[in-house]
Design a binder for this molecule. Structure first.
Ligand SMILES: [Zn+2]
Ligand SMILES: [Zn+2]
Length: 332
């Protein structure tokens, strides 16, 4: 017994050391990641900068026209930029994906399916039931929350300032938003996998072991606020961002959430393999970028799979499931 207690005492500092070590590594990687992103935006973006400068005057003029049109009623601009534009993009993209999922049209899209044989076609009854939660989360949670944030965003910095952000500032903001989103999403998501919270809250989202695009919004309302909304809105609040940056970031966040759930590894879009694997296996790949999963070792199983080999940006039209096929199934 004595020996056991002794080894318990030794175990504890070891565990603390491990946690502290992993926190230091996290801070180091996130810090250097941020520096790299800044360096990247300074060097590689020269061409884009020139394009931005050329079109900058046009954008500035359009923005000033909008400001004078909505003078005294700027809140309308806020609603358009933070709710209508992101929602329109979300539903246009998901509309196309839903056609693919329900009607299996166009035919070629099934070649890009990650979990072969799943949702071919999708269970329309299950989809209809899920749609109620999705619309509830969007209309009854997201919209009021974004409206509620309006005075806070205005206090943090004038979102309607006449000068549009410069290209470099815009890129830096996007990098910061992405990192904040990664940290908050990873830890809130891991917390939701605690057995008690999982059973009461997160299980709903995992009913779909082979997700489709709209399932990004199929969550318990508490999860929707804590894991979907807060990690995304916190960046612009902290940075006191311009309305144009907020609109682009919200739209990007919705499109990326859709891609990561869509179930197809499509060309010229970010790879959804990582989050798809999370839905398949539950206890792997909690983050968005995967940086924190690497640091905490929550992607070790994933790294041994074909899905990991396929987890890359597809730059051609040959599906990765064909260029990196599964090993042949063993016959009994
Ligand atoms: Zn998910
Ligand atoms: Zn989960």
């Amino acid at each position: 017994m004595k020996g056991e207690a002794g080894s318990m005492r030794q175990e504890k500092p070891k565990q603390e050391e491990r946690i502290w070590g992993s926190m230091k590594r996290t801070a180091f990687i996130l810090g250097s990641g941020l520096l790299l992103l800044v360096a990247f935006s300074n060097s590689v973006s020269g061409q884009l900068q020139r394009f931005w400068d050329a079109s900058g005057c046009f954008q500035q003029a359009q923005w000033e026209r909008l400001l004078s049109t909505f003078e005294g009623k700027e809140w309308i601009l806020y609603i358009i930029a933070t709710i209508l534009v992101p929602a329109l993009l979300f539903w246009s993209f998901n509309g196309l994906l839903l056609v693919a999922d329900t009607a299996r049209k166009p035919n070629f899209i099934s070649r890009y399916r990650i979990q072969v044989g799943q949702n071919e076609p999708v269970d329309t009854m299950k989809l209809r039931q899920s749609m109620r939660t999705i619309l509830f989360n969007q209309c009854i949670i997201s919209v009021p929350m974004v409206i509620f944030l309006y005075p806070i965003i205005k206090v943090r910095g004038d979102p309607y300032r006449r000068e549009l952000p410069t290209f470099h500032w815009f890129l830096l903001e996007l990098a910061i938003f992405t990192l904040i989103n990664e940290v908050l999403f990873y830890y809130s998501h891991r917390l939701l996998h605690h057995p008690t919270l999982y059973k009461k809250i997160h299980k709903k989202h995992h009913e779909w072991t082979a997700p489709i695009g709209v399932i990004s919004f199929y969550t318990h309302p508490i999860e929707h606020v804590a894991s979907n909304m807060l990690p995304v809105v916190l960046g612009p609040i902290l940075m006191g961002s311009h309305l144009s940056s907020i609109a682009v970031w919200f739209s990007l966040a919705l499109i990326c959430a859709t891609v990561s759930h869509c179930g197809y590894h499509l060309p010229f879009l970010p790879s959804p393999e990582f989050h798809d694997y999370h839905h398949l296996r539950f206890n792997q790949c909690y983050g968005v970028l995967g940086v924190l999963d690497h640091l905490h070792g929550t992607d070790t199983m994933f790294k041994q799979t074909k899905a990991y080999e396929r987890h890359r940006f597809l730059l051609g039209f040959t599906p990765l499931s064909e260029s990196i096929p599964d090993p042949p199934k063993k016959m009994d």
